[in-house]
Design a protein around this ligand. Structure first.
Ligand code: CA
Ligand code: CA
Ligand code: CA
Ligand code: CA
Length: 152
């Protein structure tokens, strides 16, 4: 390739590879369509939005919303140990807000279905959450909006 051709190829690459100047807004991808962008959604595949409380409810503040967090003891798996916590909350023996998966204020059979789905999926871990700190620190809260405007 001669030098002029190489320069031309280089500038074409620059044109195609660099972000367009018009693109100054940030894109919100919302996989579960609940109104909370993935990076600010503490259950990215379970609709539990939008962002405003009481939505995105996360009783133990570990960054996994109640809607996708049947791992009550935080060992990254949904096991029989968690089931004991659920049953004590369900029967009223020892009520805890972490077992209220739909966030309606009480632990019912609807909440048990959420527990069961994770338990039966091979002792599944909680989540997935879009928060980088999920499962790593408490409290783990939603990250702020990126700089600039959200794209229309
Ligand atoms: Ca979402
Ligand atoms: Ca969600
Ligand atoms: Ca949680
Ligand atoms: Ca409930």
């Amino acid at each position: 390739m001669n030098r002029r051709l190489a320069q031309l190829a280089c500038s074409l690459l620059l044109l195609g590879g660099s972000p367009s100047l018009a693109q100054e807004c940030w894109v919100c991808s919302d996989w579960d369509g609940d109104g909370a962008c993935d990076f600010q959604d503490n259950c990215t595949i379970d609709p539990n939005g939008p962002l405003d409380p009481p939505e995105q409810y996360d009783a133990d503040l570990d960054g996994f919303g109640n809607a996708c967090d049947p791992d009550y003891n935080g060992d990254s798996a949904t096991t029989t140990a968690d089931f004991l916590t659920f049953s004590r909350s369900f029967t009223g023996e020892s009520i805890t807000p972490v077992t209220d998966h739909d966030g309606n204020g009480s632990t019912t059979t609807a909440d048990f279905l959420t527990f069961l789905a994770f338990f039966q999926a091979g002792n599944a871990p909680p989540g997935p959450s879009g928060y980088p700190c999920a499962g790593l620190e408490v409290p783990c809260l939603a990250p702020p909006d990126p700089p600039g405007e959200q794209c229309e």
